[in-house]
Structure formats: C-alpha cells, structure tokens
Design a protein around this ligand. Structure first.
Ligand code: SF4
Length: 406
C-alpha cells in the first residue's frame, strides 16, 4: 500500500476548494499489448515478443497485477458506485474468454458496479472470433468499440493494421450479432486518401447502422514512426473538405455530433467518455493508466508505471502508482474547460462549481472575453462553444490558462 493510500485522511483535510458533492465515478482498465505496433500510435501499447518469439502475453500475471492494483486503490474510492467501465489498450480483445471473465468477476467483487453500468471493451478486427465475443457478452461486456480505422485494404496496410477490409466487415457482423451497442472508430486524412475514398469509408460504416461513430483526423504524433518518417497526407484544404462532408453526412444519417470526434444516434452517447468530458472522476488501473479522484477539498491525479513488466512488479511490491499529485486549484479552471469545451453543446454553467469546487468568478474574465470574440455562446446558463469556437478550439481553451483570475 502506498504512503498516500495509507493516509487517505490526508486527502480529507481542508483545502482551497470546496466540492458540493463528489462527481460520478468511472473505471478505466488498461491492457498494454498489441500483435503489432501501428506506426501512428502513441498509446501505451507494446508488441509482445515472448521467449522464442512466441505471440503470447502473461495473461494470468497481468490479471493478478490488475487485481492487486485495484485492491491497493480501494481506500481512495471506498463505497463510491462505479457507473461505467472501459477496458482499453492496446488490444484487450486479445484476452482469452476466461481471462476477461476473471477480470470482470474481480471488478464486481471489489467495486460497487451499477447494475446497468456501461461496460465497454476495445476490440480490433484482427482478433474477432465469434465464440470469444459471444463469451465476452455473456461475461458482462455490453458495448464494443471496434478499431476499424478504414475499410480500404491499401490504407489499412499503410496504417500498419493487422486486418484488411473484409476482416473489418466480418468483425462488425460478429459485433452486431452479439451486441446491440457498439462504436466504430474510423480515421480520415489517411496517407494518400482522396475525398471520395474518405466518403466511401464513412458510407460503408453507416451501412452497418452503428449506434456510435468516432471519426478521427489522423495526426502525426511525436514518438511515432509516422512522425519520424512522415507519409504524404492530404493537404489542409482536402482534410477540411472531409471534415465538412462528414459533419453533413452524419447529420443526415441521424447522428448527433456531440463532441469533437464523436457522433451518436439518439441516446447512444458514450457514457464513459461523457464522464471524462464533464470532468467526472475515474480510477485508472493497469500499466500507464491515469486517475483523477476528487475529495471534498482537493483533486488528486495518479499515473501507474508505464512499462507492463515494471507495472506488474510494482503492483506485486505494493503500489503500481508511479506519480501522484494534487491538482493546483489555479489549474482546475483550465483542466475543466479543456474537457467541457470539447462537447459541442457545452455544459450547464453550474457544472463548473460542482466539479472544480471554485466560484464562477474564477473564469468570469475568460468567459466575457470569449463571448466578445464570438467563441462562446452568450448564455449565462451554459458554457458552450459557438461554431467558431469549435473551429478554433485550442485558442478558446487557451483563454482559460490565464491565472490572473485566481
Ligand atoms: S492496435 Fe491500437 S493500440 Fe495497438 S498499436 Fe495499433 S493503434 Fe496502437
């Protein structure tokens, strides 16, 4: 047990903020391995190269470590109901059916999961076997997030994906048979992609009537192969045309564009992600996972050891947490706005005080300036970006970095 978890009392002492109630709580579970590392990926994912090049990973040892990590974290979240669970990675669909079942049993045994909790698992098309996914559903997974990225085999090859277009379609068919709630992840502005090819990808995705779509602009992130050896990607004008067409086509398809990259059919928003954007709390367990946990007078952030082996050793030794710090009250307004302004409809103004424990006066100057610039809607009941604010989101968020209001 860490010094901090042993002294939870320490987090309960008076402080500079005052939360009227604790935010809703989510759980994130990280699975850190993939069959192959994609050249654009900056997530904490590792190709597993076992003894003799075996394509396997230490499933039982990792599940043991997750349970230890959760047990060690319990004092920080004691008794708080968990509304959503997200098992991400990496490629968690590499877990065996028995392994996933054990993981969910451990979570249920240790945490008060809501009876109707949204429990999502990320899945990659190269890993779909009908029996396994039927079993995942029976174990309690009730939402899949499928990393399709594209249906175009050439583009999938350029992205280093292990599946082709046919496998992508087959994976969705298996998902549809077993799950009524699922998300398709697609990317656009891919290497050498034309507008017509982007349209074809989105049309194919829509033909499966997915409850939710995540459509991401490919970005060349630092510390990736694509950053080191950049591929030729569509120019800014073409990428903007793709974005505009996506907005129109998803709207005519009945989807609500509710967050920068997220599109949902009615009542099908991702509850787990919505909690992040509304600055809710989350406990993150597993290699490199991040947590944000509120107490009445402070907000705590934690990061677990990133490398899977180091994480497992640290969890076995008593604490998987590598970094832990209390968020400075002066940073909370920016952190809140960074998340809330991603929601196209914004949030109710009162959520600011509910989640940060600070009065609205802390962001009053920024709000007035952003309304004057036409970046925020002029409505005292809501904090919501205008269309211009959505287009210049970084500038808008940056307006709340100013500490002079504190
Ligand atoms: S499958 Fe996903 S997590 Fe794994 S390397 Fe590719 S993009 Fe990253």
């Amino acid at each position: 047990m860490t010094e901090s978890t042993m002294s939870v009392q320490n987090f309960l002492r008076p402080g500079k903020i005052s939360l009227p109630a604790l935010p809703p709580m989510s759980l994130y579970v990280h699975f850190p391995w993939c069959v192959r590392k994609c050249p654009y990926c900056d997530f904490n994912s590792h190709e597993w190269r076992g003894a003799g090049g075996a394509q396997a990973f230490p499933e039982q040892a990792y599940l043991d470590a997750l349970r230890q990590d959760l047990e060690q974290s319990l004092p920080l979240v004691w008794g708080r109901p968990v509304h959503t669970v997200f098992i991400g990675g990496g490629t968690p669909s590499l877990l065996s059916a028995a392994g996933l079942d054990r993981l969910l049993s451990d979570l249920r045994a240790l945490l008060p999961l809501d009876a109707d909790a949204e429990i999502t698992m990320e899945a990659n098309p190269g890993t779909f076997e009908a029996d396994k996914f039927r079993s995942f559903r029976a174990s309690g997974i009730n939402r899949l997030s499928i990393g399709i990225q594209s249906f175009n085999s050439e583009h999938l090859k350029a992205l280093g994906r292990i599946h082709d277009g046919d496998e992508a379609r087959h994976a969705i068919e298996i998902a549809q048979t077993n799950f009524d709630n699922f998300n398709l992840d697609l990317m656009f502005a891919l290497p050498n992609q034309t507008l017509a090819q982007c349209q074809q990808d989105v049309e194919t995705a829509l033909s499966f009537s997915p409850p939710h779509l995540s459509l991401y602009h490919l970005t060349l992130e630092p510390n990736t192969q694509f950053h080191k050896y950049p591929p030729t990607v569509p120019d800014d004008d073409t990428a903007a045309d793709m974005q505009d067409w996506i907005a129109e086509r998803t709207a005519t398809g009945g989807f609500e564009h509710y967050e920068v990259s997220a599109y949902a059919q009615p009542h099908r928003r991702a509850k787990h992600n919505q909690n992040y954007w509304e600055f809710g709390d989350y406990l993150g367990i597993g290699a490199g996972a991040h947590s944000k946990i509120s107490f009445p007078h402070r907000v705590l952030r934690q990061i677990r050891h990133k490398h899977p082996q180091r994480f497992m050793e640290a969890a076995a030794a008593g604490s998987a947490v590598q970094e832990e710090n209390e968020v400075d009250a002066r940073d909370l307004p920016f952190e809140f706005m960074l998340n809330a302004l991603r929601l196209t409809g914004g949030v109710k103004s009162e959520l600011f005080a509910d989640r940060t424990g600070l009065p609205m006066s802390k962001i009053a100057k920024g709000l007035t300036a952003a309304v004057e610039k036409g970046l925020l809607v002029d409505d005292p009941q809501r904090i919501a970006p205008t269309e211009l604010g959505q287009r210049f989101l970084n500038d808008l968020q940056g307006m709340f970095l100013d500490r002079s209001g504190s």
